[in-house]
Design a protein around this ligand. Sequence first.
Ligand code: OAD
Length: 236
Amino acid sequence: MTTTVQLRKIVVLSGSGVSAESGLPTFRDAKGLWNNHPWQELASPEGWQRHPETVQAFYNERRQKAWAAQPNAAHAAIASLEPAYEVVIVTQNVDALHERAGSTQVLHIHGELAYARGTSERRHRYRIDGAPIEMGQFCEDGTQLRPDIVWFGESVQHFDEALMHVSDAARVLVVGTSLAVQPAASLARYAHHSAEKVLVSLDMEEVPRGFDFMRGKATEQVPALVARWLAQAPQR
Ligand code: OAD
């Protein structure tokens, strides 16, 4: 079956680099979170079972910092595309900076700091914004509340919906991700052969096929790209 591209659709696949200039850390750079903290202890169901207090405290601190951070020029530029295009953001980020910049369609495939959930399953979610989760705070199913974050070994969220959008978008922007984590990274490969495909990052070991690499800071490269895409927007 051949897919027809939607001329008005833009999909943005974003990672932690888009929030770096808002003061939030990335994962695999020298000062990245996983270079300074063992992900096996902080981002896995086994780590949670071994020492839930440590895991809870780690995400409480990340949530508080993410809530205090402000969207930057890259988030704002992406949000400014909406009057001219249908924009779907598929983000690996757990902060809410895309939404806070004004974007309305954001799929968080690795979960969200702004929500808590029960330990046994994801059926009950509670919006907590920047508030901490305390040990001893329970879900209505009686289990301890934990961050609504997808840990290693758990299933990503909204993947089929993300795949559908990336497959028929006329423009795809990948920004601020090393594309090191699956299945998120595989989404870039599903961009349509005729789509305009752009990757913005400080560096990239292997640029996916068909992508133009704009090397540089998200706050500089993304607004420049967005200005061009707005000037080229299809007439209604
Ligand atoms: P990484 O740390 O792997 O990659 C960040 C990317 O952003 C790198 O390619 C940097 O070059 C780039 N970058 C850094 N600062 C930038 C800036 N100012 N402008 C543009 N690019 C910049 O982080 P992610 O790819 O986001 O998952 O990591 C993916 C997942 O790994 C995360 O969602 C997280 C982690 O394990 C979970 O916690 C489930």
